[in-house]
Design a protein around this ligand. Structure first.
Ligand SMILES: Cc1cc2nc3c(=O)[nH]c(=O)nc-3n(C[C@H](O)[C@H](O)[C@H](O)COP(=O)(O)OP(=O)(O)OC[C@H]3O[C@@H](n4cnc5c(N)ncnc54)[C@H](O)[C@@H]3O)c2cc1C
Length: 406
């Protein structure tokens, strides 16, 4: 099933690995310090400088395969690169491969009109602006997106958007100029045709970013996660994406690749955690023995390698299925990776924290932030239970028989 890596991807991976060694790891402490500073919503000069360098070296928009602004890589090819850039929490933004902008660029490329692409996609591909995706709402269980209450109502040649969103990643950033908002345009339509997605400029009257939210205390600047109120916000009708009632269709298209990109990054992050764990175990002595000589620690390391390899293979399989069968037919592979990889990589990072003792929880190491990152994905992009439920539905319908003949 897995092909040998082609020359183009190999060369890009080599350049990317060199870049990580030359520019990302040496600046990582400063970059992570920046991303721990509360209330810092501007991109730093260092981030901008590293983005410019990455772009010069052709390491830009690596995920993008809709035009000359990207590298035209398949999901399978990109998986290998995403693992490398995901080794650092600071990596994705440097290469313009970060959530939620990647998913939003995907939406605009696939579903946007020429005018929408010109206004929003172009500056996003150049990282001149940032964007956010506003679906989740505090007052309803948003893992079931049919619950969403935000209204998108037609009024002449405008739509009026009214609702409250939260966990809107990216909305805190000064550079965030547009939101893709999901809301109900027709509450009387069939269940999955009630919702639409619409582009809302963040400087529209009635848009208020009310507060930042933190994950285990990390606010993740400069993008952040925000609560945002849309109070009778008026946008022209040409801000509608794809058409009224087609929000679910777009959501499905967006979340597939997005989910798998997170898994790819987490493999890189967990590899890094394993390296840190082994280095630490080799360097510390307790009760007369190196930690690396203790049976308990050795068992942990062996278990981590086994689980990480399984996670990698599952991610590669999902990427391969997406390329061969399309996102819809690959949805079960995507769901399985989305359930398995964040859990397993989170456990690996947690074990690395344990081997580090108190320092594992401190800001001197990347591990605590990395753990928070993997933990969020067991809820973000749909909680594990929702994906298991979808898998179970299919399994029961076909009596548990595999469709894995491919
Ligand atoms: C760091 C972070 C970033 C995020 N970024 C964004 C973003 O940019 N844009 C955005 O719109 N949202 C974002 N989210 C929100 C995220 O997608 C939602 O939190 C998620 O979809 C769950 O919705 P909810 O919080 O309303 O949980 P609820 O829907 O209230 O679910 C709560 C729990 O109920 C259980 N549950 C739900 N359904 C089932 C089921 N079928 N079977 C069994 N148990 C079930 C699960 O345990 C679930 O965790 C982000 C979240 C976090 C933490």
């Amino acid at each position: 099933m897995f092909a040998e890596l082609d020359d183009k991807t190999k060369a890009l991976k080599e350049t990317l690995t060199e870049f990580m060694g030359a520019y990302v790891y040496p600046n990582e402490a400063e970059l992570l310090d920046e991303s721990r500073q509360e209330g810092r919503w501007a991109h730093s000069a260092l981030q901008r400088d590293l983005q410019a360098k990455a772009r010069e070296q052709g390491l830009w928009n690596l995920f993008y395969n809709h035009g000359p602004e990207g590298q035209g890589l398949s999901n399978y090819q990109y998986t290998h690169l995403c693992e490398t850039l995901g080794r650092s929490l600071a990596g994705p933004e440097i290469f313009n491969c970060n959530a939620p902008d990647v998913g939003n660029m995907e939406i605009l490329s696939v579903y946007g009109t020429d005018a929408q692409k010109e206004r929003w996609l172009k500056p996003l591909l150049n990282a001149e602006i940032r964007s956010c995706f506003a679906m989740t709402e505090p007052q309803v269980a948003s893992s079931d997106a049919t619950n969403i209450e935000t209204r998108i109502e037609r009024d002449g040649d405008e739509y009026v958007v009214t609702g409250r969103k939260w966990w809107t990643t990216g909305a805190m950033a000064d550079a965030c100029k547009v939101a893709i908002v999901m809301g109900k345009s027709d509450p009387d339509a069939p269940k999955h045709k009630q919702q639409s997605m619409i582009l809302v400029p963040m400087d529209s009257p009635g848009v208020t970013v009310t507060r930042p939210l933190a994950v285990y205390g990390f606010q993740h600047p400069p993008l952040g996660h925000a609560e945002v109120v849309f109070d009778k916000v008026r946008v022209p009708t040409d801000a509608m994406l794809l058409g009224e009632g087609r929000g679910f269709e777009i959501a499905q298209g967006r979340l597939g690749p997005g989910r798998i990109h997170h898994c790819m990054r987490f493999i890189g992050l967990a590899e890094r955690a394993m390296e840190a764990m082994c280095a630490r175990a080799g360097a510390r002595t307790a009760f007369g023995n190196r930690l690396s000589e203790m049976g308990g620690v050795r068992q942990v390391i062996g278990q981590c390698r086994t689980e990480l390899e399984a996670a990698r293979l599952m991610t590669l399989k999902a990427a391969w299925s997406m390329d061969r069968l399309g996102n819809k037919a690959a949805r079960h592979d995507i769901a399985m990776a989305k359930i398995f990889v964040p859990t397993v990589t989170g456990q690996i990072i947690d074990r690395a924290i344990q081997v580090h003792g108190g320092s594992g929880l401190s800001e001197d190491f990347f591990l605590a932030m990395a753990f928070a990152e993997t933990r969020f994905l067991r809820i973000g992009d749909g909680p594990d239970e929702v994906h298991r439920e979808a898998l179970a539905r299919t399994e029961l319908a076909r009596g548990g028989a595999t469709d894995n003949a491919a």
